[in-house]
Design a protein around this ligand. Structure first.
Ligand SMILES: [Zn+2]
Length: 86
């Protein structure tokens, strides 16, 4: 198949925190099918073919949105507790 798709316009901002520095991490093996971007502020990654609620700030669920303030105050990821001896 030789279908070529016009590459979509790269996203302008992160869906989660609205940061504007995004890195193109991967592109699909089939040129123009999809790209994976990562926000350089909150590290959110998404593929351009995911639904709008994952890829667009306006459609991203409000309760999951982050602000710079949220990111600064985010607690560390909890450590994995030691294994329980049986
Ligand atoms: Zn972000």
């Amino acid at each position: 198949m030789t279908t070529t798709r016009t590459p979509a316009t790269p996203p302008a901002e992160c869906p989660r925190c609205a940061h504007r520095t995004l890195e193109l991490l991967f592109v699909s093996p089939v040129a123009g099918a999809w790209e994976v971007y990562q926000c350089q502020q909150c590290l959110y990654c998404w593929r351009t073919t995911e639904p709008a609620r994952r890829t667009q700030r306006e459609a991203y669920p409000e309760s999951f949105r982050m602000t710079v303030e949220d990111i600064r105050n985010a607690p560390e990821v909890p450590a994995i507790p030691p294994l329980r001896g049986i």
